[in-house]
Every structure is written in C-alpha cells, then in structure tokens.
Design a protein around this ligand. Structure first.
Ligand SMILES: [Fe+2]
Ligand SMILES: [Fe+2]
Length: 216
C-alpha cells in the first residue's frame, strides 16, 4: 500500500531527527550548537511529525481500520496509539519553550535534557510499534475488506519546509542512539502493552483466527 510505504519513509526521517535532537540537546551544555536550531526542531516535530504524519495516520489509516475493518476505536492498538499521539504532542508543547533561543540556563538545560529523553524514547518506541505491528496487521485487515489503497494528501508548503529543515538538522547534528533504550518489534516491545492495550491477539483476533491458531 503506497500510503503505508509513505508512512514508513516518514518514520525513517523522524527516527533520524530524534537522534539529532538528542545530539543537539547534549551539545547545548558545551556551546557547540546554534541556539536558533531549537525552534527548527520544534517546527519539524510539530509540522512534519505531528501535522503531516500523525494527522494522516489518524484521519486516513486509523479511520479506515475503525470504519471499514470494524476494529475498535476506544480500545486496543488504535486507542493506544491515538493516546500516544496526544501525549507526545503535549510533551512537545512543554519542551518547546526550553528549546527557544536564550533560555539555556543550566537548570533549563537539565530540564530540557530530561524532556528530550522522554519524548525521543516514546516516539522511537511508537515508530517501532507501528512499523512492526500496526502497519502490517492493519494493512492485512483492510485487505480482507478489499481495501488495497487509500487516498493520501499532498504536503503543505510549511510541512515540506519542515521536512527539508529536518534533513538539514540530521546533516548538522549527527543522530545519536540511546544506549539505555531497548528497541524492538512486536507487541511486547510496545509502551502501551499491558497499560492501554493487551496486545494484538487479545484485542484484534477474531474467533476464526483463534480457531486457526489452535488447529496449527
Ligand atoms: Fe503514530
Ligand atoms: Fe507513525
């Protein structure tokens, strides 16, 4: 499905810019960064990751899963990932003032450091859950309803500018990985598992899927 391919390409860029954000925030303490780039990171995550990427996930893909494939909106993976979008948006809003130029006292940097770790870890794990579970499983379930493609929308000018700025930030601040974060595929690696979602089998499997499972 072209829409899913597009989402995965967007994830690849978002994943890298998250690593660049961590490099940038680490560099603030050593004065090796351009203070104006903080607002460029915010623009990327607000315009590109939030407005362009998350809005289409919600308005097109999640919507089709609920209305076409009859999957639940208020429980399970769709509910869990919607909550994560809202939560990460809130965390981004809280982080934004600390990324503005001229607010980089030692205390600010410490708070920003903690906020950046929280935000990047959440979004990295969110990307892994979508790539490994929601996209393939959702695409498969839409296919059962005869849906093989979905309408996409073009990027707005401001979204495209944010995307291009994100690519420049990646070139300027070499993305770093978080050695303390274990990343991986599947429901058990998802932040929502056992909290807002009990996993794909419990939440989405039909009686037929359970029968087939026991007959294997
Ligand atoms: Fe998402
Ligand atoms: Fe996503």
């Amino acid at each position: 499905m072209k829409l899913i391919d597009a989402f995965q390409d967007e994830h690849a860029l978002i994943d890298q810019v998250l690593g660049s954000l961590r490099t940038y925030v680490d560099g603030l303490a050593h004065g090796t960064t351009d203070a104006d780039d903080g607002s460029r990171f915010i623009a990327f995550f607000t315009e590109f990751a939030g407005r362009f990427h998350h809005e289409r996930e919600e308005g097109v893909f999640f919507e089709a899963l609920v209305t076409q494939a009859d999957l639940p909106r208020t429980s399970g993976p769709v509910h869990a990932l919607l909550r994560e979008h809202a939560e990460m948006e809130q965390w981004l809003r809280e982080m934004a003032p600390l990324l503005a130029p001229a607010t980089h006292s030692a205390d600010d940097r410490e708070r920003l450091q903690a906020m950046a770790v929280r935000y990047t870890r959440a979004l990295w794990r969110h990307i892994d859950a979508e790539n490994s579970v929601l996209y393939p499983e959702g695409e498969e379930r839409l296919g059962r309803c005869g849906i093989r493609e979905m309408a996409d929308r073009p990027m707005s000018e401001s979204e495209a500018a944010a995307r291009d700025e994100g690519a420049r930030l990646v070139a300027r601040y070499r993305p770093r990985e978080d050695a303390s974060l274990t990343r991986g595929d599947g429901c058990f690696m998802c932040r929502a598992h056992g909290e807002t979602c009990d996993g794909l089998e419990a939440e989405w499997w039909t009686d037929l899927e359970w029968q087939e499972f026991f007959l294997r």
